[in-house]
Design a protein around this ligand. Structure first.
Ligand code: EPU
Length: 424
């Protein structure tokens, strides 16, 4: 297990390019199962989660190859219906194969994903969606078993107590593309990753209206064909680089930071008086030399609200704002593993229910910390960059799941960073 060594206190300077979106491309790999024809997916980030998804797609019988850097080819001529626990447990996003299998084979057996460190992550809404489409669903020996011989379009309200569901929307949407009749998904997730998936599906011949809105209308078609699709840039990676540049008082041009996908995050930065400007439609420039920040209140919400996947990074940034910030989680109320680790670095931060209370302005100092999940790890990187002294972040395989070449991109921005093998 590798660790990341960071000598803090160095301002990040230069340019960084955001890779393709992890959460957009993972369901796209699953979407390729909807057709026996070839699908080409471009701008795919180099991540262990992508390789895990590829493994699942192959285990179902499809050809899935990384033909050149960032480009994957998937051809699912003949596929089987079972996604086993050994593969699904590695990555929750593998649940996205459920919808395509249901649509194409009219049956599916997909392992329940199991526990997750960021809190309870049920799949009841995915199951509800399948049942509304006329499928019969049983949970047997840890597997979701779907008989979809009677699948047909329906009107489905897909919201739960935490709002819409991103992968649940992907699943129901993909199942509906090949279901006879019309399906209306109400309270569909509006995340840009869903819109990007819709665009790929339309490229495959699907009939979808209302893309980008909470009401998706799908008219089922008899079959779908191959397509080539390029994945949108990763808005969470973009936000992470912006937060890192600000925390180090650096000067960084973030290429592939789409303002239209980052509205709520940029609003928080404006309220914190963070100096940044948009350059065209797809870059954001931070010049934070000598900047000081104001504390903020921020609440995570489904898109277009402030994304839970940037909550930990904003907590890390707010350790640099003098005064009390309150960051509240409304999607995953338990997603605060970064709080005790940031406290070990000298941050005055505590948890009250589903909020982190940060009394910012104290200088952070480097130490050994433990990465617990992807975004908590990103928060620790940001804190380590801003801290005095040396930090060793252990278990960075979490970062490798979701950030393409983060150590290399950091080094190119001047950070003193080194990947170390655990034995060192
Ligand atoms: N929920 C239910 N029932 C369900 C499904 C979800 O109650 O059947 C609840 C969840 O417990 C949560 C809320 O609804 O409280 C939203 O969960 P959602 O289903 O939207 O999450 P997800 O689809 O499992 C995706 C991302 C996550 C991101 C969330 C929220 C992918 C592959 N994953 O997960 O990304 O945090 O949406 O935006 O798209 C990450 O990248 O670090 C990550 C965890």
């Amino acid at each position: 297990m590798d660790s990341l060594f960071i000598r803090g206190g160095v301002k990040l300077e230069g340019e960084v390019s955001v890779s393709g979106s992890k959460n957009a491309c993972l369901p796209m790999f699953a979407a390729a199962l909807l057709t026996p024809e070839k699908c080409v997916i471009k701008n795919v980030p180099n991540l262990s989660d992508v390789r895990s998804m590829a493994e699942i797609i192959r285990s179902l019988g499809a050809r899935c190859e990384n033909i050149e850097e960032g480009t994957w080819e998937i051809e699912a001529r003949e596929i089987s219906c079972t996604a086993p626990y050994e593969l699904v447990r590695k990555m929750r996003a593998s649940i996205c194969v459920l919808g395509p299998l249901v649509a194409r084979l009219r049956k599916a057996k997909v392992s329940l994903p199991g526990g997750c460190v960021i809190g309870a992550r049920p799949v009841d809404l995915h199951i509800k969606g399948m049942k509304c489409l006329g499928c019969s669903v049983e949970i047997e020996s840890g597997y979701i078993c779907v008989d979809a011989r009677k699948i047909r379009g329906a009107q489905i309200y897909l919201g739960g107590r935490f709002g819409s569901t991103v992968t649940g929307t992907s699943n129901v949407l993909m199942a509906a593309t090949l279901a006879p009749g019309s399906t209306i998904i109400e309270n569909a997730a509006c995340e840009p990753e869903i819109s990007d998936l819709c665009k790929m599906l339309v490229g495959m011949g699907a009939k979808i209206e209302g893309i980008g809105s909470p009401t998706l209308c799908v008219t089922g078609v008899a079959s779908l064909g191959g397509t080539a699709h390029s994945v949108i840039p990763d808005r969470i990676e973009a936000g992470t680089w912006i937060a890192a540049a600000l925390a180090t008082r650096g000067k960084v041009l973030v290429r592939g930071a789409l303002k239209k996908h980052l509205g709520s995050f940029l609003d928080i930065l404006e309220r914190a008086e963070c100096p940044f400007e948009t350059r065209g439609s797809s870059s954001i420039y931070v010049d934070a030399s000598g900047a000081s920040y104001r504390p903020v209140e921020a609440v995570t919400l489904p898109y277009p609200g402030f994304p839970t996947d940037l909550q930990a990074q904003v907590c890390a940034l707010m350790t640099q704002a003098k005064g009390i910030s309150i960051v509240t989680e409304r999607i995953y109320p338990e997603r605060f593993m970064h709080v005790p680790e940031l406290a070990r670095m000298g941050a005055e931060i505590s948890r009250e229910g589903s909020s982190a209370i940060i009394s910012g302005g104290r200088k952070l100092s480097g130490t050994h910390v433990m990465a617990s999940d992807l975004r908590a790890s990103a928060a620790l990187v940001i804190a380590a960059l801003a801290a005095k002294g040396e930090t060793l972040i252990q278990r960075i395989y979490h970062l490798d799941r979701g950030y393409d070449s983060m150590d290399k991109k950091l080094a190119a921005l001047g950070a003193k960073v080194e990947r170390r093998k655990s034995s060192e």
